[in-house]
Design a protein around this ligand. Structure first.
Ligand SMILES: C[S@@+](CC[C@H](N)C(=O)[O-])C[C@H]1O[C@@H](n2cnc3c(N)ncnc32)[C@H](O)[C@@H]1O
Length: 294
């Protein structure tokens, strides 16, 4: 029986007769996916469904605006459970869709949603495709979860055809707030992701840096749209499901890696989730959507 999991470590507790053995099993962290534990958690499956529900209505017009002519070959890098691959297949019915991810259970869910697409296990940091293979390369909510966001963008650029387009949701945890909260939500978002990101080797504020990365790669027509996930545009219940999934998936890691007392972390989530549901409350998550042409 596994009693407790920590990043790269498991405490295996085995009861045999009147003897209990506790063993610390060290497993190497996946260097390409420092948040693999959170990514694989069931809370992430809920989160991706709620995020797609919240974001797609504002994101779809960005794809429509940028797709003349429509892409023939589309790649979804870090496709997760295929929430958006499926929506892209509906938007571009003539296109072939390919999704890659490191989590096989997510890929299996994606295959069930969209049997006609190709989903394969692969690393965004070393895409297993020939140069100049795709017209559109999409990457949503991944750059903040890898040790080298620039390398992912460079790989996407490599596999794009000339004049092919990138579409990248690059998260930035400095772009969230809510009011009213007793502890003030800035005390969470402007502090804790810095500590957590540093500890695990991810940049949780990469959203604001993505322009420079695309510029340095020599991409053209760089643009950003901000999807505004707030309590005026998105149903409070949908928004609350995102926040609850973050709470369920990240609390243990935040406590472990930032040394913030569990009580404080739990209080902060509780206040922010209450604020999202409070008819007097206003909560905002600005989601940068970067697009650029090769
Ligand atoms: C937050 S999810 C986003 C999923 C999907 N793009 C969406 O928007 O619904 C990030 C995904 O990236 C995957 N991932 C993380 N690091 C990866 C890597 N180095 N290569 C491929 N996939 C990776 C995770 O397994 C997870 O499914």
């Amino acid at each position: 029986m596994v009693a407790r999991r920590a990043r790269g470590r498991e405490l295996a507790v085995v009861h045999g007769g009147n003897k209990t053995t506790i063993t610390l099993v060290c497993k190497p962290m996946n260097p390409s996916s420092p948040q693999a534990r959170e990514m694989a958690d069931e809370s992430m499956v809920r989160n991706l469904a709620a995020q797609a529900e919240a974001i797609w209505p504002q994101e779809r017009p960005i794809f429509e605006r940028n797709s003349r002519p429509p892409p023939k070959h589309v790649l979804d890098v870090g496709c997760g459970t295929g929430e958006i691959t499926k929506r892209l297949a509906e938007l571009f019915p003539e296109a072939t869709l390919t999704g890659i991810d490191l989590e096989e259970p997510h890929l299996e869910k994606a295959r069930q949603k969209l049997p006609e697409a190709t989903f394969r296990r692969a690393d965004a940091l070393a895409l297993p495709f020939e140069d100049e293979s795709f017209d559109l390369a999409v990457c949503r909510h991944l750059t903040q979860a890898v040790p080298d966001a620039k390398k992912v963008l460079a790989e996407m650029q490599r596999v794009l055809k000339p004049n092919g387009r990138m579409h990248v949701i690059s998260e930035d945890y400095g772009m969230l707030w809510c009011h009213p909260t007793e502890l003030d939500s800035d005390g969470f978002w402007q502090r804790i992701p810095h500590l957590f990101g540093k500890a695990i080797g991810c940049d949780l504020y990469v959203g604001r840096k993505t322009y420079t990365y695309l510029h340095d790669l020599g991409m053209k027509d760089i643009a950003v749209d901000y999807v505004v996930v707030d309590t005026l545009r998105v149903a409070r219940e949908t928004f609350a499901r995102i926040w609850e999934a973050w709470r369920d998936g990240y609390t243990d890691s935040i406590v472990e890696y930032t040394r913030t007392p569990r009580q404080e972390v739990e209080q902060r989530w509780r206040e922010m989730i209450d604020c999202v549901r409070d008819p007097r409350g206003y909560a905002l998550w600005q989601v940068p959507v970067w697009t650029a042409v090769k």
